[in-house]
Design a protein around this ligand. Structure first.
Ligand code: FES
Length: 81
C-alpha cells in the first residue's frame, strides 16, 4: 500500500484541498486502486505558496487543484504505482 498525503493546512484548505481529496478519492475508485493507494490528510507541508501540496510516497507535487487533479493523477501518480 502506498500513501498519498494531501495538505489540509490553512493555506491549502483555502486553495481547495477538500476538492482535491474528493477528486483523488474518485480517481482511486475509477482506476480500482483501492488496494494500492491510501489517501491521508496532512498538516502543512511547508509549500504554502504553491498549494495545494500533495505528497506522493516521499516526493512533493505542488500546485494541485480540482481542475488539474485528473491530469496530475494520470501523470504523476498512476505511472509510479
Ligand atoms: S498549508 Fe499546505 S503546504 Fe502549507
Amino acid at each position: 500500500m502506498k500513501n498519498i498525503k494531501i495538505c489540509i493546512g490553512s493555506s491549502c484548505h483555502l486553495k481547495g484541498a477538500e476538492e482535491v481529496i474528493e477528486a483523488f478519492q474518485k480517481l482511486i475508485k475509477e482506476y480500482n486502486l483501492e488496494n494500492e493507494i491510501e489517501l491521508y490528510a496532512s498538516f502543512c507541508l511547508n509549500n504554502c505558496t504553491d498549494g495545494v501540496s500533495v505528497m506522493r510516497w516521499d516526493e512533493k507535487i505542488l500546485s494541485v487543484c480540482s481542475k488539474n487533479a485528473r491530469d496530475v493523477f494520470d501523470r504523476e501518480i498512476v505511472p509510479y504505482i
